[in-house]
Structures are given as C-alpha cells and as structure tokens.
Design a protein around this ligand. Structure first.
Ligand code: 3H9
Length: 712
C-alpha cells in the first residue's frame, strides 16, 4: 500500500467485512494522499477474495468535509476525486458509507458513489461548493438527482445549506439513520458498527452493489424534473456569480446525457468556474477566515474559562453583545447607571429575542432559558462574579476610563477586562487599571447580535491568555475574530477613514455623493459610503472630527461637506435628511440642496469641478484602502494581509466574491496599483504617496498572498 495509505486510511477486517477508516484530521478533507490511499484500498478490497463487503467510515470529528480547498488552483495530482468515486462505485462488492458529523461537498460525493449510506441522526449533509463559486465536481450533480430528483438536488446545491440526516433520508439519500450514541461513546465508532450490521444484513439477503449511476428513481417524472430545472434557472443571480446557473445546467445534463457524458459536462463546468475571479475570491475568503485564528498568543497560551460575561452599558451595542452572549449559552450580567436606562437596555435585548422567535430561530422555551441566565442591575458590585467584563458605554475616553476604574475595583483577580471602543487607545485605558495584563479590546460591530466580526485588540501589556480568551469567546459567540494592534480606529476604521477621505476628495473635486455610491455599489458593496454614513448617523463622525480638530495638521486638505450637513441638523436617515432626503421611508432620494451645498464648498476653495468617471471613483477609493492596509502591515497592526480582508468582508460590506481589498489588489496587479498611486500622489502627495511596503512588494515581484503564506 502507498506510503500515504498508512496515514490516511486505516484498514481492518472483520469477518468478511473490510473497514476503510479515513483518518485525515481535523475534518478528513480529501487531499491527494488520502485519495491515493482510498483508491488503492478499494482496489485491494475488490481483489481480495476474503472480502465480501466494504464499509467506508471516518475517524474523529466528521466524515470528509469535502475536497482539500488548499489544493484548488494548483495543478491536480492524480487520482482525482471523480476517479476515486468511480472506482468506489465500480467495486464488485457492496460498499456502505458510514457517516457522522458533516458530509460535505466531495465527502458527500464519495458517499453517493458508495452503494448504500448509513448516517447518525446528528449528521448533516450538504453541497457548499456554490459558496466557493463552484459546482460539485466529483459526480454530485449527476448522482444526487438520480436518487433524489431535480428539485431536492437543486435546492441542496444552489443553497449550499446543509440538511439533517432525517431530511436526507426523506430524499432517499440515506438508507438508514441510526440514533446518536450515548455520551462517552465515540460517534465514529457508533456509526461504523451500525454500518457493519447493515452490510451484514445486505449479505444475508444476497444483495450486491447498487451503483448510483444506474439508478433512475429521480427521473421518474421527467416533466417535474424539467420544471424544477427551469425554476432553478429562473432564480435571479448576478452575472459574476455563475455557479448556481451552472448547477442547473449540470442537473439538466444528468437527465439528458448518458452518465459518463454527464460527468464530463460537470467536470468542464467545475474547471471553468475554478478559473473565475469569484471562485478565487471566495476561496481566499474561506481560507482567510480560518487563517485569522492563527495568532501567536493562541499558540502560546490557553484561554481563561468564561461562563459569565458582564456588560456595562445597555445601549444598542451592549444589548446586541448581551443578546449574542445569551444565544451562545453564556450567563450575562448587565449593568446600567440607573433603573430607567436598565429598563431600556433589557427591553432592547427582549426585542432582539422577540424578533428571533418571530423568525423561528428561537423557541419560547429557549427564550425562557436564556432570560433566566440574564441579570440586570444598577450595582457595579454585581460584576464581582463575572469571568469577563465588557464596557460598552459612550465613546469618550473619560467615560470609558471611569467605568474601567469601577470595574477594576470589583472584578475578581484573573477576570478579563474588555473595552468595546472603536477608536480609543486601549493602552491608555489599560493604564487606568491596576491590571493592564488583563485588558483587551473586543471591538464588536453594530448590530452586535448580527455582525460576525470582532477585532481583538492587543495592547502593549495584554497577557497572551487574555488574547486567547477574546478569541475563544468570539468563536463561542459564532463570531470571526481578527487580531489588531493598538492604533486609532484599529484595522477596520483606519481603512474606512482612508476610504472616506478618498471619496470626500472626489466629492469636492466634482463627483456627486450619488455617483460615488453608485460606483461602489457597482463594485459590489451593498451600500455606497454616503448611504452608510446616512444610515449610521452623521453626528458620530462629526463628533470625532471635532474631537480631533485641535491635533489636525492645518496644512492637510480637509473636506467640510459633512460638517455643513451636520450644522443644519441633517444627521442622516433618522433625521430624514443627510446626503440623501428621506421623504418616503428609508429609500433616500438625491437632494439638490446637498449638491448646492457641495458647490458652495468648492467655490469657497476655488475648486473647479471636473467630470469624474465611475472607474476613477473606484480606482481611487480602492487604492486608498489598499495603501492604508499596507501601512497597517508595516506598522505591525495587522498580522497579515488576509486579516485585513476578513475585517473588510465582515465589518464593512466589501464584496465577498472579490476576497477583500488586499486580495483585490493582488488580482488587479500591484504594479498597476503603484502606478495609480504615483499618479494621484503627483497632485496630492500627503494622502496618496504609496506605502513603502507596497513599493517593496512591487520591487521584489511579490504579492500580498506571499505575505499571507509567510505569516501562516
Ligand atoms: C469540494 O468538495 C469540491 C468537490 O465537489 C469536487 C472536487 C473535485 N479544505 O472550519 P474549521 C480546515 S469543495 C481544506 O475551523 P469547524 C480548516 O481550514 C469543498 N481545509 O472547523 C481548519 O484548518 P486549521 C466543499 C479545510 O468545526 C480546519 O479544517 N467543502 C476544509 O468550525 C477546521 O475547520 C466545504 O466547503 C477544506 N474543505 O467547521 C466545507 N474544511 O485548523 C468547508 C475545513 O488549520 N468546511 N478545513 O485552521 C467547513 O465548512 C467547516 O470547516 C466544517 C467544520 C463545517 C467542516
């Protein structure tokens, strides 16, 4: 057997049954060594006269979670997964797949190539390929509809959402669902045993292989099949995300073409899509999200235990954090300064939970259980029992420092003290306490029960296990944590600020806010920068500008349009006016008075407006983001370019299929980006001068992806 076989497939015999146990932790992805080992093991089982049936199972957490995404985009090394699947199907002895955990993508395709499938009750199966911009590429689009018909297969593949074992059983995909084992018994062992019994039953009944490629239950009603394909094709999808439409084509091909030709059709679609910008960007996003969790502090220390979280401040942010902590099964102590504020905070949490119940995400009983874990109080002393306290009070240094001092006086030794500040200096806040090693920034995004991003801000004195605790808490709350150093605005708001500066310059130079928003929406942002400002409220950034005014370089270009709007009380959506007018609900309309006001600002500065095309708007906005990203890397604020991408994808609406600003820069070419920056810098060097890191990368023919690799 090949060298890899010893590592990735464990082989054992049991009275005529051959057990092939996939062993490729953590989630048994079907990398090259495993594919080679499986192919050989199947051939050996087929050839061995002592073997009467084969059971394929997986050790550890899960049946294979799919192909190995890190191999994508590289030249494939045989055997390819479709070939391995075909060999499994061609085995002359019955093959039973024994599944637990999640059978996803290529893992599910492997199971569909087996002749029978047994799954644990808690198993979930799915085809997430569409979330990577792909179609299933190892026979899934051809085998699945032969069993389940077009409608069920298309739903699974186009949504990318996994379904539970019972639903898979109803589709005919699982032959036997077995109960989960009692606590203490391994899931993998339980399903393997059940599958062995199932295989023995087959042999006792004289049942042999049942190749899925020969099945046709799913074709029983060709008219319904065609209608399901037509409906799937009609589902609107943007042209840069072609995978869903190609899935419909493949499922149609399953009915129209012989099996082999259908497989070739699917393969061609898979390879076409693999080369698209969307597939590359989505793959980058997937890997970047996981890479973000690799930080030095997590390698060096274990998280402290957190069961009860204290939150000071029940405003929008505090209530959102509390709601998310309750969902995660944590106890919550919410402290407010008086009864009235506390009532409001609790009402906000209740409102979030009521909406979850309305949407079917929470049961009434679940709500009762969550509410029982929540304590609301006006007594800071109640924080004595919490494991981690988060201040979520007004964004003003003295206010936050006051709360930190009060917390420092009551928290038990070893409790973590977190600030939810979006801009303030975490080191300075830590310094007001007697325990700076326990202080960490946890920058949640609003609404905190929805937004997935948390910046974990590491101060000079922050202890590694306090950082690890921040990461563990974020993960437990279903969030994606990204490490940031201390700087004004951390990773995300520093980039946002550069983005806004660039668009404000464009505004003054001749673009309208509406043209800028439209250009950025066309790039893929759900909202343009001025729509976001109107939504968030213009007063927030106004207050910040006023605060920073004394330290602003008087020679630096300053665009005062936002100040002028705020002086009129046009604070955005809530006020009915901002960059847009909101006469009819939340859809803003262009406002000639805003345009007149911008004109007046230009006139006052002697700026003659010029026509600015959408391409230039995007070029400047994106170049500003990437240049600031490069500075964050130089300063060591961000560990790696892909961390910046994760922040922008999850906190600021950067289109996921483009992978993030740094990955976009690699895709566009750092050389052309440098050329653009130099052109812009010729007129405005203070803002546009390229970051030395960027020049260095271009000079050495390297990319941001190379830095990701190096940091990994
Ligand atoms: C496919 O199958 C194509 C086929 O149709 C055709 C082929 C020809 N590849 O997420 P976690 C790593 S497309 C490589 O933290 P969880 C992950 O990076 C694929 N690596 O755990 C991490 O590594 P590390 C279709 C993968 O418990 C570790 O495993 N399949 C892959 O939160 C743990 O991951 C998918 O899209 C992979 N496919 O969630 C499924 N999957 O520890 C993608 C995981 O070094 N995977 N890793 O950072 C998932 O959705 C989640 O990982 C899963 C577990 C739900 C399985």
């Amino acid at each position: 057997m090949a060298e890899g076989a010893a590592r990735t497939v464990q082989v054992a015999d049991d009275d005529g049954l051959r057990h092939l146990e996939i062993d490729n932790p953590p989630v048994n992805v079907l990398g090259q060594a495993l594919r080679a080992a499986l192919a050989e093991a199947i051939a050996a089982a087929a050839a061995d006269p002592g073997v009467r049936a084969v059971v394929i199972s997986a050790r550890g957490r899960s049946f294979p979670a799919g192909a190995d995404i890190t191999e994508f985009g590289k030249p494939p090394v045989p055997p390819r997964l479709p070939e391995v699947c075909n060999r499994i199907e061609a085995c002359p002895k019955p093959v039973v797949a024994a599944m637990h955990g999640t059978a996803l993508g290529g893992g599910l395709e492997l199971a569909l190539a087996a002749h029978y499938r047994v799954g644990l009750e808690s198993l979930r199966i799915g085809f997430p390929e569409v979330t990577l911009g792909l179609v299933p590429g190892a026979g899934g689009t051809q085998r699945m509809p032969r069993i389940a018909g077009a409608a069920a297969a298309l739903e699974l593949m186009q949504s990318g959402q996994p379904v539970p074992a019972r639903a898979a059983e109803a589709m005919g995909v699982i032959d036997l669902v077995v109960p989960d084992p009692a606590p203490g018994e391994e899931a993998a062992a339980a399903v393997r045993r059940a599958a062995a019994d199932f295989a023995r039953g087959l042999l006792a009944e004289g049942l042999g292989p049942r190749p899925t490629s020969m099945r046709a239950e799913g074709f029983a009603d060709p008219a319904a099949y065609a209608a399901a394909v037509a409906a799937a094709r009609a589902r609107p999808a943007p042209s840069h995300l072609p995978a869903a439409a190609r899935i419909a084509d493949c499922v149609e091909a399953a009915l129209l073409l012989p099996f082999e030709a259908g497989l070739a059709f699917e393969r061609a679609a898979f390879e076409d899509l693999m080369a698209t910008e969307a597939a590359q960007g989505l793959r980058h996003a997937f890997l970047a999200e996981r890479r973000a969790a690799r930080v030095p502090e997590l390698a060096a220390a274990s998280p402290r235990r957190v069961e009860v979280v204290g939150i000071v401040g029940g405003g929008l942010m505090g209530a959102g954090i509390a709601a998310a902590a309750l969902t995660a099964g944590l106890g919550v102590v919410l402290v407010e300064r008086d009864e009235a504020a506390l009532d409001k905070g609790l009402a906000r949490i209740a409102e979030i939970k009521e909406r979850a119940i309305e949407k079917g995400r929470l049961t009434s009983a679940g709500f009762e259980a969550e509410w029982a874990r929540l304590i609301g109080t006006t007594e800071m002393a109640a924080m004595a029992g919490v494991d981690l306290a988060i201040e979520a009070v007004f964004e003003e240094f003295e206010v936050k420092a006051g709360v930190f001092r009060a917390l420092d006086a009551v928290l038990r030794p070893g409790a973590v003290l977190a600030t939810n500040t979006s801009y303030l200096d975490v080191d300075a806040l830590a310094a007001v306490t007697g325990r700076p090693a326990d202080v960490v920034g946890l920058h949640f995004f609003s609404p905190a029960h929805v937004m997935k991003l948390v910046e974990v801000v590491v101060g000079r004195a922050t202890a590694p296990d306090a950082v690890a605790t921040g990461f563990a808490l974020a993960r437990r709350m279903g969030k994606i944590a990204v490490r940031s150093g201390v700087t004004d605005g951390f990773i995300g708001n520093r980039i946002l600020s550069a983005y806004r500066t660039a668009t404000d310059f464009l505004l003054e130079d001749g673009a309208t806010p509406y043209a800028i928003d439209a250009a950025m929406r066309a790039f893929g942002f759900p909202l343009g920068p001025y729509q976001v400002l109107d939504l968030a409220g213009l007063e927030i950034s106004w207050a910040r500008r006023k605060r920073l005014a004394p330290t602003r370089d008087p020679a630096a270009r300053y665009v005062a349009v936002g100040d002028r709007l705020c002086e009129r009380g046009w604070f955005g959506q809530k006020a009915g006016r901002g960059y847009y007018r909101y006469d009819r609900g939340r859809t803003g309309e262009e406002d000639p008075e805003v345009l007149a006001l911008i004109d007046a600002e230009r006139a006052a500065k002697g700026i003659i407006p010029r026509a600015i095309a959408a391409d230039e708007i995007r070029a400047r906005a994106l170049a500003a983001m990437v240049n600031e990203g490069a500075r964050l890397l130089e300063e060591g604020i961000a560990l790696r370019p892909s961390d910046i991408d994760v922040v922008m994808l999850h906190g600021y609406g950067f289109p996921r299929w483009r992978g993030g600003p740094m990955r976009w820069a690699d895709h566009t070419g750092l050389r052309s980006l440098r050329r653009d920056l130099m052109t812009f810098a010729a007129a405005e060097p203070e803002f546009w001068t390229p970051a030395p890191l960027l020049l260095d990368l271009v000079g050495n023919g390297r990319s941001f992806a190379d830095l990701d690799e190096a940091a990994a």
